[in-house]
Design a protein. Sequence first.
Length: 562
Amino acid sequence: MNDLPGTLDQLTARLETLEQRVYVLEHPSAVFQESETNPAPIHATVEDRSFAQAGGLFSVAGRAMLGIAGAYVLRAVAESTSLPKLAVAAIAIAYAVLWLVWAVRVKAANWVPSAIYAGTSAVILAPMLWELTLSFKVLAPSATAAILTAFVLAASALAWKRNLTPVFWVANATAAAAALALAIATHQLIPFIGALLLLVLTCEFAAKLNRESTVRPLVAVAADLAIWALIFIYAGPQNARVDYPTLGTTALLAPGGVLFLIYAASIAVRTILHGQKIAVFETFQSVIAFLLAASSVLYFEPRFGATGLGVACLFLAAACYSLVLAMFREFSAGRNYQIFAAWGTSLLLAGSILCLPSFGGTLCLGLAAISFTLLGIRLNRLTLQVHGLVLLVAATILSGLPGYVFQALAGTLPITLTAGVCVASGCALVCCAAGKHAVEETSVRHSLHLVPAALAVCAVAALLVQGMLFLVALRIAPDVYHVAFIRTLTCCAVALAVAFAGSHLHRLELTRIAYAAVAFVAAKLVFEDLRHGHFEFIAASIFLFAITLIAVPRLARASQRP
């Protein structure tokens, strides 16, 4: 009997807990409102809240299933002949939009119900448009593309004020996937590519205003694939696309060009006007868009497309480098500086190759290499020096200088000296002379001077060999052993001169090149002089190599002596 009051209290507490749980299960919305206004409700426990959340989620899922069931009812009505299919299609579209409106009316804090209702709207709309377009033939592809665009615009407008990310994300992702699938299934690419371009523009505008941006890559991939499919299909033979409509040149060129203009404008606004750093997605997507636009021009306008594309590349390269020199700094805006500089170099290379002849391209790239090298040294910008080096290497390859050097020093003669080789050699000499070293320079900067110095030394050696052979040919007809000896003499003289210049000018790269020249002469003695020379010329070549082998280390250490 003494334990009876305690037992009654326990039973009373359990009854109150059970009553509270029953109340929570019967009125989940009231519990949610109470939890928002009062973080610590009087009677609800943590376990009660979990029951309430589960009950609310089940209720939302049940409503969504009812919505899908309604869509199947409309599908059954559309199959019957009682009502016109166009009227049923209009009702079904309005039905899907109503679910979108319901998704927007949910409280912003409850993103799960909003996502479920938006997903229900998408699940209703996408299959319905597929059947109305392909099975029932009620909607034309252009009308279907317009409906998808209107669906995304409506979702964006409804979700804009409250920044409802699930609604915006689901609408764009569904419309992008449906547009890509319908473009392939209907063989009508242009209407759905237009819809995808509008979706891309909507996503870029939202990202500009710091709204939802995570769906941008998905929409961009869909647009890229659709435009790539357009290029792939219409660039092939005509008998392979008999089911596809005939398109004009403008329709084939416009999608890639518009996509590139959208991303170019978006990047310009974000980086130039707003001072933001360019994102990784924007970097890669802009390159993909440019490649798609360039491929469209090269495939569908073969007569004047290459020249026009080259001029556009040169114009864009000038714009990129203007931004690099005027607005961006190497350290304060590191990513923007590096990316725009890389774009400028790539566009300059492409433009010079596409719209200029071989000599013109060599001259343009060589002068640009000299300019960037001098600017990089004067402004102390390592990136400009690296790009100058890249342009110099491209100029030498375009001019044919590597082949000329190989033929002069190790190949067969005679060889032809072209104007492009002379221009590339001169540019290499200027870049080599401009690369003055400081005592505190790092090994990276020393390495940057090695390539132009090597190009300049090789070009000078090749020119000397051809000049000496020309003088010898005035008196006698040079034989193979004459050529071998002249090459050995020239390489030894160049090695000695370069070693002397490297030690007295404190140019470490010249000293390294001198030792490389000695190694080249050693290999040359084995593979050329000893095989093709007479004994007197072999002896002379070995004597020159011995003198060079002794003198080069001494000349290299001459500046270090007290």
